[in-house]
Structures are given as C-alpha cells and as structure tokens.
Design a binder for this molecule. Structure first.
Ligand SMILES: Nc1ncnc2c1ncn2[C@@H]1O[C@H](COP(=O)(O)OP(=O)(O)OP(=O)(O)O)[C@@H](O)[C@H]1O
Ligand SMILES: [Mg+2]
Length: 165
C-alpha cells in the first residue's frame, strides 16, 4: 500500500490513523533517508496512542525513548548506532518482544535483529513538501491490520492521492 503525503500535517494524520490499528507488541520499522519524515511519523503515531513524552532517565535515551499512552511506545532511533552490541546492552529484545509498541527509525541498520513479523514503512522524498509512504506488512498479523487501516476511509481521506497496492 502506498500513500502520498503532501505536508507534515498529513504525515502525522496518516500515522494517527494507523495507530488505531496497532496492537500490543507490534513492531513498526521505518526506513528512509535523512529528512524523509520518519520522526514526524512517530510523532503522529504517539499522538494517535495518546502518548506523552516521558522524562529522559537513562543513557538509553540516545537510542531509545519511551512514551506512555494507550500503549507504551518504545521509539528507537538507530541513526547513531555503532553496532548491534550497543543495542544488546540496552536489552532491546525486551522491547521488541514486549507488550508495548516498538517503532524503529533506521531499522534497515539492524535487519538481522528485527523480529520475523513487523510492519515495514518506506519513506521517499518526492519534493520539499511531498513524501511517498510505502507500507509493507511482514507477516499475516500486519497484513490483516493494514487491510483494515486501508479499508477505513476516514484514515486516508480522499484528498490524499492514494495509490493502489
Ligand atoms: N509531507 C511531509 N511529511 C513529513 N515531513 C515533511 C513533509 N514535507 C516536508 N517535510 C519536512 O521534512 C523533514 C522531516 O523530518 P524528520 O525529522 O521527520 O525526518 P527523519 O526521516 O526522521 O530524518 P532523520 O533520518 O534525520 O531522523 C522536516 O523538516 C519536515 O518539515
Ligand atoms: Mg528522525
């Protein structure tokens, strides 16, 4: 599934819409170059889950920030990840396989550490205001929920040029 976003606001709305279809333990992997909208998307997702930013309490914040809302959200940003050991040190598996929702920027840097099933979202810069978002479900759980998200018209208002699969 592909959705074109024509503004920051739309990217947040799309993420807020998707948030309704995330369930406990879900993992969302965000892939895309610098400035393609991954963090903006996470903000929308967190807002869709009624999250508030937690106080930073430990050095893990460099790689992971935790928010609490309808679910706990573990927001990983792996841009500065040196190697997988750094992730192991913060016990990433407890998060990836925990009951919260894990969302990972630069997830392509840890391909081997990703769970077998997850929702992959690829971000492409079309022009200064336009981003192309490609949703790729890995596994049935994500395919099912993505279909529900896609089928729900209010999540992707008509004004978004929405492409077919
Ligand atoms: N349609 C859009 N959706 C999201 N961001 C947009 C859009 N159009 C323009 N932008 C701009 O693109 C930038 C996206 O920034 P953001 O921090 O989300 O990128 P990122 O993918 O997280 O980058 P990084 O890899 O550096 O973390 C912002 O400056 C934002 O204003
Ligand atoms: Mg970012």
């Amino acid at each position: 599934m592909r959705i074109t976003s024509a503004s920051v606001k739309q990217t947040k709305e799309i993420a807020r819409g998707l948030a309704k279809y995330l369930t406990a333990g879900d993992v969302v992997a965000l892939i895309g170059t610098v400035g393609s909208g991954k963090t903006i998307f996470v903000k929308g997702l967190a807002s869709g889950l009624s999250c508030r930013r937690q106080k930073v309490t430990s050095p893990t914040f460099i790689l992971m920030r935790q928010y609490r809302g309808r679910h706990e959200v573990y927001h990983f940003d792996l841009y500065r990840l040196k190697d997988i050991h750094q992730l192991e040190q913060i016990g990433y598996e407890e998060y990836f396989y925990g009951d919260g929702i894990t969302v990972i920027e630069w997830a392509d840097r840890i391909k081997k550490a990703l769970p077998r099933q997850y929702l992959r979202i690829e971000f492409k810069i079309k022009d200064d205001r336009t981003r192309l978002l490609k949703f790729i479900p890995k596994g049935r759980h994500y395919a099912d929920n993505l279909r529900k998200f896609q089928g729900k018209k209010d999540t992707v208002p008509q004004k978004y040029p929405s492409h077919s699969k």
